[in-house]
Design a protein. Structure first.
Length: 206
């Protein structure tokens, strides 16, 4: 398909997508905010006063959702290698969570607290080669898990975006050892043609 045809198909999908329209109506930063809202409600992942670490946060769609939920007593730390426009009540760190300096900044921002919930909606820059892109998504999930092991409290939860891939299954088998429960979710806002799914891991073991 030509670039023009591909762009036209994308545009038609956008203008007919009810979640895109609702995002604009509510003034949300990303369409994926609806995915997180469904996950939070279905799995009861967050309470007022909670601490959330949002990895790959830019443009801030997920932080925008969890900020009001944790309230003034809570704490939201957003991390990304790309800048993010400020959000009230959200502490943003510009950096790569694979780098020691970024991890140190997260530790300082937590103020001796531990995260109740670690989120990752990270996705790789697409090459157009499906196997390569999906393998890179697993690498990002592994990075998020490594970060969570440093900052997630016992009993806490982890939410990760992944794509169907043989390495995804191996990764899920590995982290299953560390959580009481693991669920695979396909939120209503995930497009039917997408191979993405979300891992909701709850009850980090001691």
């Amino acid at each position: 398909m030509s670039k023009r045809g591909s762009s036209s198909r994308w545009y038609q999908t956008q203008i007919s997508d009810p979640f895109v329209k609702e995002r604009e109506r509510q003034g949300l930063r990303s369409r994926s905010a609806f995915k997180l809202t469904e996950l939070l409600e279905r799995d009861r992942l967050l309470r007022p006063g909670g601490v959330v670490l949002d990895l790959g946060a830019t443009p801030g769609g997920w932080s925008q959702i969890v900020g009001p939920l944790v309230g003034a007593r809570g704490l939201v730390i957003a991390v990304d290698i790309l800048p993010m426009t400020a959000l009230a009540g959200v502490h943003f760190i510009l950096g790569d969570c694979r780098e020691p300096a970024t991890l140190a900044s997260i530790g300082v921002a937590l103020k001796s607290r531990q995260a109740d919930l670690v989120l990752s909606d990270m996705a790789p820059n697409l090459s157009g080669i499906r196997d390569v892109d999906e393998a890179r998504s697993v690498e990002l999930a592994e990075t998020a898990w490594e970060t969570a092991q440093m900052f997630l409290k016992v009993g806490g939860s982890l939410v990760l975006k992944m794509f169907q891939h043989q390495d995804s299954e191996r990764f899920l088998l590995e982290i299953r050892k560390y959580f009481i429960r693991i669920n695979r979710r396909k939120p209503a806002a995930s497009r039917s043609g997408s191979r993405e799914f979300y891992v909701v891991a709850g009850g980090l073991k001691g």
